[in-house]
Design a protein around this ligand. Structure first.
Ligand code: SF4
Length: 316
């Protein structure tokens, strides 16, 4: 593991987050979320807290937490709650991460079995400090979940595993049902939005997953409202199709705090629908495009839609 000082030098920079003086756009009235107060929400929260697990729902301040947790749909974030990168849009803490918690996969599997889910999404922080980028913890988590919840389907939402030889194959061999890796934004905005990541590397990663397993579903997501143009979104969608990605999610970027990148534009419902049509015309099996779409939003229902869409295609 790298020491803290080296980590800071290699991965963490705040120089691209200089937005505090930017005028804030008013959130439009079509973006409404359910307040996190229901009994379903509270029991999910209690279970996650008791199991000492981290979730991206809380760490990223996801607006859908009230709705998702009411149904027990929490996206657990493994490998700690501190990320080794500092993306301009992301609310997850960054810095020197903690040691790997070897009991995490067991606690995770137990909590998932208690939630009684059909489909679960597991994600992680970026762990550039680890030799395998944290791939082995994904694998262990998949195995432990399968042991306790035999009929569950598993979706992994992974980091890009840059310079982590063999990490990808390790995860694909554990046979998750869906492999999700987000491009997050168009190529031109990478240096501000996903500093430390590479658009082409992320595309290649998705392409490689399909080469390693032709039956796995691949999925990727983007946020809009960061200053991209519609033609640039079209190029990104074409690139994802060339990488044989099955499912794309498109949601509105919302600024988590004044220290994060500002919202340049709020897309209307009609504009989301237009992007959805463009994507469907390119041949994606499934497209989710709406202001509140996030990569794990409605992942359970969407997994079933994906299977139906593939079966329909194979039976033509
Ligand atoms: S959309 Fe995903 S991250 Fe947000 S609350 Fe739902 S499950 Fe959690």
């Amino acid at each position: 593991m790298l020491n803290n000082r080296k980590l800071k030098r290699n991965y963490i920079s705040r120089s691209h987050l200089t937005n505090s003086s930017t005028t804030k756009l008013k959130k439009p009235n079509w973006i409404r979320v359910k307040a996190p107060i229901s009994t379903g929400y509270l029991s999910t929260k209690e279970l996650i807290t008791k199991a000492n697990l981290n979730t991206v729902c809380e760490s990223a301040s996801c607006p859908n937490i009230g709705e998702c947790w009411d149904k027990g749909h929490a996206t657990v974030m493994i490998l700690g709650d501190v990320c080794t990168r500092k993306c301009g849009f992301c609310n997850i803490k960054s810095g020197a991460p903690s040691d790997i918690d070897i009991l995490e996969p067991y606690r995770l599997a137990k909590a998932i079995s208690q939630l009684n889910l059909r489909h679960v999404v597991i994600t992680s922080v970026d762990r550039d400090d680890l030799k395998d980028g944290g791939a082995n913890q994904f694998v262990k988590s998949i195995y432990e979940i399968k042991k306790l919840s035999r009929n569950i389907t598993i979706e992994v939402l992974t980091p890009d595993f840059q310079r982590k030889e063999g990490a990808l194959a390790q995860i694909v061999n554990a046979k998750p049902d869906v492999f999700n890796h987000n491009l997050e934004t168009i190529s031109r905005l990478y240096k501000n939005v996903r500093r430390g990541a590479s658009y082409n590397h992320s595309l290649n990663l998705l392409k490689k997953v399909k080469k390693l397993s032709s039956t796995i579903f691949t999925k990727s997501g983007i946020m809009v409202g960061l200053g991209e143009k519609i033609e640039e979104i079209e190029t990104l969608l074409k690139d994802l199709r060339k990488a044989d990605v099955d499912f794309v999610t498109i949601g509105q970027y919302m600024q988590p705090s004044k220290d994060h990148l500002p919202v340049i534009k709020y897309y209307t419902i009609e504009e989301f629908k237009k992007i959805e049509n463009i994507a469907y015309n390119m041949g994606f099996l499934l497209v989710s495009s709406s202001p509140l779409t996030r990569s794990s939003y409605h992942a359970d229902d969407d997994f079933h839609k994906l299977k139906i869409a593939r079966d329909a295609l194979l039976n033509v």
